[in-house]
Design a protein around this ligand. Structure first.
Ligand code: ZN
Length: 102
């Protein structure tokens, strides 16, 4: 009986620490993902005043930004195109980013 109780306590402690370890790994992964996303920034001119703004771009959500000069909201339109391999590929234009008044 005593050994069974000991085993149960041991298992509980083990599963608790495994869970904590797993959660912290998940948080670390999420953080690395966020920092990866934040690297995808482009300079876009405001459609109202033409002031250049540094805008973080994500392909998984709507991209909007408030102009730091005139405080008006801009929408960002992302266009992804396939390019034939026979043409010289300019990797800087893999994703074409435009902005328009939305
Ligand atoms: Zn502006």
């Amino acid at each position: 009986m005593f050994i069974t109780v000991l085993q149960f306590i041991g298992w509980s402690v083990f599963s608790y620490y495994s869970k904590v370890k797993l959660e912290s790994a998940a948080i670390k992964f999420e953080e690395s993902l966020v920092s990866e996303v934040s690297k995808n920034e482009v300079v876009l001119a405001c459609t109202f005043c033409n002031h250049p703004n540094l805008v973080p771009i994500s392909v998984s959500r709507d991209n909007r930004f408030i102009c730091e000069q005139c405080n008006k909201e801009n929408s960002v339109y992302i266009e992804i195109e396939a390019v034939a391999r026979t043409e010289p590929v300019d990797t800087t234009e893999g994703i074409k980013v435009n902005n328009f008044n939305g």
